[in-house]
Design a protein around this ligand. Sequence first.
Ligand SMILES: [Zn+2]
Length: 238
Amino acid sequence: MHLPEIKNQIAFGFEQLLNLFYPNLCIVCEHRTHSKEELFCLDCQYHIHPTEMYKYQNNEFTAHFKGRIDLVNGAALYYYVKGGRIQKAIELLKYKNRPDIGIRLGRFYGSLLKKLPQYSDIDLILPVPLHSIRKIQRGYNQSSLIANGISESLNVMVREDILKRNKATYTQTEKNRMERISNMQKVFEIEKTGLIQNRHILLVDDILTTGATLEACASLLIKSGSVKISMVTLAMAT
Ligand SMILES: [Zn+2]
């Protein structure tokens, strides 16, 4: 046997040994996966499919913001179905101390976006910041993990020192939608506005529900400079 083959055999053996102690597990149900690259077991793969809306510049996600924010791109990787497997993965990420799920799904999402020309001129990735108390409780901001995973695949920098949450809290007592949005904008602030000028910004969050948070962040960025905005989330409520 030649040396490279022996090395391969050793590497293969080592991989098998690692797999014995740290098996490659599905991020939803913890059944085994075929390789460490695979996120889901065969059964989950059968049930979970990306929306593919990221391939189209006009889709359900961008329609959600029509007349509110002018988006260059917008897409959710999965649909969020109550009781579904993606809901379970996101719950593990948010409440069960599984930061790896955010990074791995982000990497996967980034690898899909990298193939598309409409995402090739992104300059900066900004995660939606989490309330500081929640971040302390959770130990991490899930949107920032997703953003970092996407960043690895797209090779674009994540900045967490631009879009920030204000320390003060504001209550949502107003009935009027415009008041609610302007109130929501007070929750966030932009620092280092010089860094965003003429940039194409990718905003990242975990789930799109009403879109109020993403809209507030985008409006604030647009007010602060000449920017192009794209948004991606892991999931979108149906
Ligand atoms: Zn599974």
